[in-house]
Design a binder for this molecule. Structure first.
Ligand SMILES: Cc1cc2nc3c(=O)[nH]c(=O)nc-3n(C[C@H](O)[C@H](O)[C@H](O)COP(=O)(O)OP(=O)(O)OC[C@H]3O[C@@H](n4cnc5c(N)ncnc54)[C@H](O)[C@@H]3O)c2cc1C
Length: 396
């Protein structure tokens, strides 16, 4: 079949691909945005289910410090203030929470997505178009109408990472790009929980939220809430320290971060009398869930008040390793910095750019992920647009 000529092809209609499409859209340009799923931006919509944390109100330099990996997503290009202005420009009212996290007032992603797609009405969105092949600058898709080929003048790939594959980002593209000579680092879970084989007594706390503790791992501190789940520990406070834990750092929980060691030791020095061990510990540290964790991970409990205080402030978080990619919030790994120019063009495939979570950067939750996807989508889209303009001038 003869390939369909277009000016720009974007593969992947998540936030990175939509932003690249917004940068490329211009009167007279033929732009195709292809996505494997029946509807666009499914992970973005899922992100909105528990409150769409769009960005974090931090200055650009502080914000940039939260990223690791071989690709710098250059969020200074499209910093938190720019993200907020952009969302407000789509008619979405925002609020900033006490920790600086920025959300739409309505918390959901769907109103923003609706307004965004309306802005992109001139972009030809092709649903259920799965990219499966690439031959000399021509891209092959499996579509409901059978195989189709597109011959673009420029391309932006924005196929996402490898977590939550049922929402579309299944990383099936990795062998295709590796075969084309693009260096892709293997994906690993990021912002994920850790497996714990709980003892029987601990099982009655399944589903309980752990609040008011601090987890220390690899120089990071997780202060957010987390949950005692059937498979292990999950939630914001765990995600905050999940990267060093995944990479082998020991984690310790401070069950009483607002009490210093001496104050806690004084509490533990009080005689137990007729109190059960559980009730006596509860008097000292307050919360039955914290007591359960101390009994779970702190055995054998020291009898000495000083040693018990030290243990309560640095309780080893005993786990059996990270949970898998399937349930992780995001993924580390992807197209490496060496494979890309500063403009996110693939060195092995001139005229093809890449953006979003398919690149090898990682960041904690808190608005960093979406902001980096938008910033890289914007950078790749603008560079692809310049590439188009330059090739048009060269043809004149
Ligand atoms: C439960 C959950 C909550 C989250 N909450 C937040 C949050 O509050 N704040 C935050 O900053 N981040 C959050 N994230 C992370 C954020 O949603 C992702 O980082 C972001 O969606 C990644 O954007 P992307 O465009 O790179 O990829 P994706 O959103 O994964 O989009 C990639 C697209 O490519 C398509 N695709 C894949 N392969 C092919 C193919 N072969 N052919 C055609 N199309 C293909 C997919 O169908 C998909 O539509 C959350 C993630 C999860 C799972």
């Amino acid at each position: 079949m003869t390939p369909e000529p277009v000016d720009a092809l974007i593969v992947g209609a998540g936030p990175a691909g939509l932003m690249a499409a917004e940068m490329l859209a211009a009167p007279g340009r033929r732009i195709v945005l292809a996505d494997a799923m029946p509807s666009p931006a499914r992970k973005f919509l899922m992100a909105g289910k528990s409150g769409l944390n769009l960005t974090k109100a931090e200055d650009a330099a502080d914000f940039a410090r939260h990223f690791a990996g071989s690709v710098d997503p250059q969020t200074g290009d499209f910093d938190p203030r720019a993200v907020m202005d952009w969302a407000e420009g789509l008619g979405i009212e925002l609020f900033t929470g006490s920790t600086g996290r920025v959300f739409p007032v309505g918390m959901k992603a769907s109103p923003l997505l609706r307004a965004w797609l309306a802005r992109l009405e001139d972009v030809d969105l092709r649903r259920r178009w799965r990219w499966t092949a690439m031959q000399g600058g021509v891209f092959g898709f499996d579509t409901p109408g059978g195989p189709r080929w597109i011959a673009p003048r420029v391309t932006v790939l924005a196929l996402g990472g490898a977590s939550w594959p049922r929402l579309g980002s299944d990383a099936a593209w990795v062998p295709m790009l590796r075969d084309a000579g693009v260096d892709v680092a293997s994906f690993r879970p990021a912002n994920m929980g850790f497996r714990v084989d709980w003892s029987e007594p601990m099982r009655r706390h399944l589903g309980a939220a752990v609040k008011g503790v601090a987890i220390h791992a690899g120089g990071l501190i997780g202060r957010g809430e987390w949950v005692i789940g059937a498979q292990g520990v999950e939630g914001g406070g765990i995600y905050e320290v999940s990267a060093p834990m995944r990479d082998g750092a020991d984690a310790h929980v401070d069950l009483a971060p607002d009490l210093d060691h001496a104050a806690l030791a004084r509490r533990f020095a009080k005689p137990r009398g007729k109190l059960s061990l559980g009730n006596w510990l509860r008097r000292a540290i307050g919360d039955p869930v914290k007591v359960a964790l101390l009994l779970e991970w702190g055995q054998p409990l020291p009898k000495d008040a000083q040693a018990l205080a030290a243990l309560t402030k640095a309780l080893p978080l005993r786990h059996d390793g990270p949970m898998g990619l399937v349930g992780a919030i995001s993924a580390a790994g992807g197209i490496t910095g060496d494979a890309l120019t500063k403009d996110l063009e693939l060195r092995a495939l001139p005229g093809t750019f890449a953006a979003g979570e398919m690149l090898d950067w990682e960041a904690p939750t808190g608005g960093y992920l979406l902001t980096a996807c938008l910033a890289t989508g914007r950078r790749a889209g603008l560079a692809a647009a310049r590439h188009l303009d330059q090739s048009a001038q060269a043809c004149r």
